[in-house]
Design a protein around this ligand. Sequence first.
Ligand code: HEC
Ligand code: HEC
Length: 443
Amino acid sequence: MNFGILDIAGIGAVALLIAAAVLLPMVHVELGPSGRLAGKGRWLLAMALGMGVLAFAFKLAAIVSISTLPQVIIAPLLRGASQALPESAAIGADQFNVLTAAAQPAYVWEALPLSAPYPADNPTTPEKVALGERLFHDKALSRDRKLACASCHDVQRGAGTDRRATSLGIDGQVGSRNAPTVWNAAFQSVLFWDGRAPSLEEQAKGPPVNPAEMGMPSLDAVARRVADDPSYRAPFARAFGPGTAITIERIAAAIAAYERTLITPDAPYDRFVRGDATALSAAQLRGMALFQSTGCIGCHSGPNFSGASLFDPTAPLRVFPANATAFDARYGLTRDSGLAPAGSGRGIWRVPSLRNVALTAPYFHNGSVDDLAEAVRIMASAQVGRRTRDDPDPGRYVVWSPPERVLSSVDRSALTDQQVDDIVAFLRSLSSATLAAARQPGA
Ligand code: HEC
Ligand code: HEC
């Protein structure tokens, strides 16, 4: 129930009418004659008693209105009486921002754990890891015995990639997607650019039978290839127990166990977070702050720098490019749309880890960008709506979202070249020291 000013006046008027209707006859018929009052005296008595009724009517109206009016109207009327409110009224816009910023939980930077977790049914053992490493490098897993997993994921010299824009499969077939690094894939909640594989075990069964990759006719054929090689019997017995059959499930389990050892907790960033304040340069620290303030952590979050990691897989898939930019046409970023409907002009992709990103060029699902600074400019422009020096100003600073009826202002200011360089410097701090030393430049 909401009372307006008219309702309050109404209550008062009704009370007055009732008072008049009761008082006047009472004074004229009862009190006047029994008090022996003449005409003038009777009117005076009626007015005296009427004042009381009038005051009561006003009080009633006031009580009803205070208890039913919305809080926004009542609060300012009460403010003068309160001790706490004058202080908050004195807080300016700047202080208010500080207060709300402090109220948000601070982003906590984390180092990579020293070992990767494993599923209950596939514990990581040294025997399994040794077997998996051999299988990963065995060309017998491809139809023409010319391709191993390591052909496209050169573990040491390629930092886990083939350093090509898109991979070369069996019979020289050119693939359509870039080979991501296998390093730290153990920490990802979903695998592949579009996140279609739920585990390393499932993922490992894909490439051998992919006609454009290793080209085997069936998973059984892969298991037979391995079983036909007598030198595999002892390693399988050591890894899975004496007399166990060589199956595709065990092949995949061993490869996955090996991949869980391909982790890089030895980056300068990790040393910094673990307590070595000298591990990052001034530029890298500026870049770290920009990585946070520009909003990169919104998607590349947690110790593996991916919202698709086992640490907090709440938003593994994201729209990319979220904003249409001139980069789309320049690098063909929307030709392949991942999980989004074909031709929708956008894609839906798994958020990749940024660990060792400085060692794994070229970038993006189609491997179309060679330069890390350019990849950062594309992200800033396409994902967080910031302009870069190459980007025309679209002049869209305020966004109205009709369904939610929400008005938000967007910071479209351009990232300077210096800021882009600082972010790149920070991304370099995510490179493993040993991998950086092992890597060979060029393809
Ligand atoms: C012909 C090249 C090629 C071969 C051979 C190959 N891969 Fe890949 N690998 C790729 C490409 C390309 C992708 C990305 C495909 C996609 O996302 O659609 C990929 C993705 C992966 C991923 C996912 C990484 C991530 O971050 O999502 C893993 C893990 C992986 N491969 C492991 C293997 C294993 C194990 C083998 C051998 C059984 C293998 N690959 C054989 C090219 C290859
Ligand atoms: C809204 C989510 C989102 C935000 C915010 C975001 N990214 Fe990304 N990032 C992605 C996705 C999704 C991809 C994969 C795009 C693709 O399909 O190629 C990606 C890819 C990348 C790559 C290429 C990785 C590779 O291995 O090819 C880099 C580098 C990168 N992001 C850096 C950044 C930086 C720096 C920022 C902040 C300026 C940022 N990202 C902000 C979602 C995001």
